[in-house]
Design a binder for this molecule. Structure first.
Ligand SMILES: *Cc1c(COP(=O)(O)O)cnc(C)c1O
Length: 387
């Protein structure tokens, strides 16, 4: 089945009474057993990874339906839900590293992930080195015997560097290290992390899978070898998204394909227009032929998310604020991936690669008519010029 067919086919009801299209919503802590024998049977089946539930933390129907659907779209073996994308990042990391280990993290990593490494992981004796996200096969020089995994995020947050995942994975696997990929921007719909060498894929489903800015949820998808560690860690930590949030995410997922196609088309049109503006120093968007990551993006992705960065030529920061404050459609806010357009100015932290010289503004291109968005951007440049 093609991805668009999978998005409608996966996570459907398999014959409740009455027969409905969608999986019935169970809110539950306690699961009731018919008998002691059934309790033991269900426990055995859960331990063997079969579709059995013994308690509200494990395999409730709505949760399991989403996990299996996302695992299939991302191309992995099994998935587990987490209460946010960041919780999923932490879940993947805690499944892989132990005290004394070493994390390799791209310098353009999502900032809260960087914070997790410098704070929480350091407290538990796990050290972190940041690497140039464009390092590719050169990662081999940074791997140590204690590097349990190389963490990747492609493209990177705010600066959108496309990573050479197959080269990184080949070097990591040659030394017995795993690869974790944060696949928020393209999702498995446009970017199959497992085919490219990832062992664990983090999917902040708050963004495109949910798609409606009304749910916080994340998933970690594992290949077969990494699945037991992921399951043990998530179960020990008691991590799981609520059935209601899984319901919303499954509902959002049905339109993931059509939304992404529209986000991509509008974003490419606006990014192309922005690139030609005299106020703009550079647009960070891999689908643009001028982007340094364009060739890798074409090789490894079948499409793009609708999120990009715009670096302005030097200008007073009050002018940038007045440009951002006055937009009609581009609301100021964190997160992205919903139906609506958003904008935020980046405040970057980098350890090994230089910061962009000008102010860097991130645009999430929503599902509005692109002509309205373009007019909004144009009026913003008038404010930037002091009009
Ligand atoms: C938003 C985001 C996350 C975290 O997702 P939340 O659900 O907001 O916690 C993780 N990684 C990346 C790249 C993100 O953009």
């Amino acid at each position: 089945m093609k991805k668009d067919t999978l998005l409608t086919h996966l996570g459907r009801s398999t014959g409740a009474d009455p027969v409905t299209v969608n999986v019935p919503l169970h809110r539950a802590s306690t699961v009731l057993f018919d008998s002691v024998a059934q309790q033991h049977d269900l426990q055995r089946r859960l331990d063997r990874d079969e579709d059995a539930s013994t308690y509200g933390l494990f395999n409730l129907p709505q949760v399991r339906a989403l996990e299996d659907a996302v695992a299939a779209i991302e191309g992995g073996h099994r998935a587990l839900t987490f209460p946010s994308g960041l919780a999923a990042v932490a879940g993947a990391i805690l499944a892989v590293y132990k005290t004394g280990d070493h994390v390799l993290m791209p310098d353009s990593v999502y900032h809260p992930t960087r914070h997790l490494a410098g704070g929480f992981l350091a407290r538990f004796g796990v050290s972190t080195s940041f690497y140039d996200p464009l390092i590719g096969a050169g990662i081999a020089d940074l791997l140590t015997p204690r590097t349990a995994a190389v963490y990747c995020e492609s493209p990177g947050s705010h600066t959108f560097e496309v990573q050479d995942l197959p080269a990184i994975a080949a070097a990591a696997h040659a030394q017995g290290a795993k690869v974790i990929l944060d696949n928020a921007w393209a999702t498995g719909y446009f970017h199959n992390g497992f085919d490219l060498g990832a062992d664990l894929v983090v999917q902040p489903a708050t963004k495109y899978y949910g798609g409606h800015s009304d749910v916080l949820i994340g998933l970690v998808v594992a290949n077969e070898t990494s699945w037991p560690a992921l399951k043990a860690t998530a179960y020990d930590l008691g991590q799981r998204a609520s059935p209601d949030d899984c319901f919303l995410t499954l509902r959002g997922m049905r339109t993931l394909g059509v939304r992404l196609q529209r986000h991509q088309a509008s974003a490419l049109a606006l990014a192309t227009w922005l690139e030609a503006r005299p106020e703009v120093a550079r647009v960070y968007y891999p689908p643009l032929p001028s982007d340094p990551g364009h060739a890798l993006w074409k090789r490894d992705f079948s499409g793009a998310g609708g999120l990009f960065g715009v670096e302005l030529k030097p200008v007073a920061k009050e002018r940038v604020a007045s440009m951002l404050d006055g937009y009609t459609h581009f609301k100021l806010g964190y997160s992205w991936g919903g139906f609506e357009s958003l904008v935020i100015q980046a405040h970057l932290e980098r350890s090994v690669v230089p910061l962009p010289a000008g102010a860097l503004v991130r645009f999430q291109i929503g599902l509005e008519d692109p002509a309205d968005l373009l007019a909004d951007l144009e009026a913003g440049f008038a404010r930037l010029a002091g009009a």
